[in-house]
Design a protein around this ligand. Structure first.
Ligand SMILES: Nc1ncnc2c1ncn2[C@@H]1O[C@H](COP(=O)(O)OP(=O)(O)OP(=O)(O)O)[C@@H](O)[C@H]1O
Ligand SMILES: [Mg+2]
Length: 105
């Protein structure tokens, strides 16, 4: 990091999830999720396959919209901080057939 970066990026952004809901059709995947993550804290989301981990992360990254509830960065809507958001997919998406060894060669 350089001294030119805004102080906000050096400290991180506190995240708040309030009463988050997400449904796909009749299937409710996330229900009444409340979470507060202080600035700069690392958090692991753990659960069985299909419990909604990626759905939660997609909502936090702004790739999908909640059915209900609030996502906040500090006291502002998280959607206002999306320029500072990064997402790494759990599988290779761009060139799924390409091996790591050939990528580095
Ligand atoms: N766009 C969608 N349309 C319909 N159902 C969806 C959609 N995205 C996710 N789901 C469903 O929501 C549930 C949660 O999916 P999600 O991908 O969030 O699970 P996960 O916890 O990340 O699982 P894994 O550990 O396998 O990655 C699953 O039942 C999935 O089929
Ligand atoms: Mg997942």
């Amino acid at each position: 990091m350089t001294a030119q970066q805004p102080p906000r990026l050096l400290r991180g952004i506190p995240l708040a999830v309030r009463n988050l809901q997400k449904t796909f059709g009749a299937r409710q995947v996330l229900r009444d999720i409340d979470l507060h993550i202080p600035a700069g804290q690392f958090v692991a989301v753990v659960g069985r396959s299909g419990c909604g981990k990626s759905t939660l992360l997609r909502l936090l990254a702004g790739l999908d919209q909640p059915t209900g509830g609030d996502l906040l960065a500090g006291s502002a809507p998280l959607s206002a901080a999306l320029e500072d958001t990064r997402l790494m997919f759990q599988e290779a998406r761009l060139l799924p057939w390409k091996k790591l060894s050939t990528t580095l060669a």
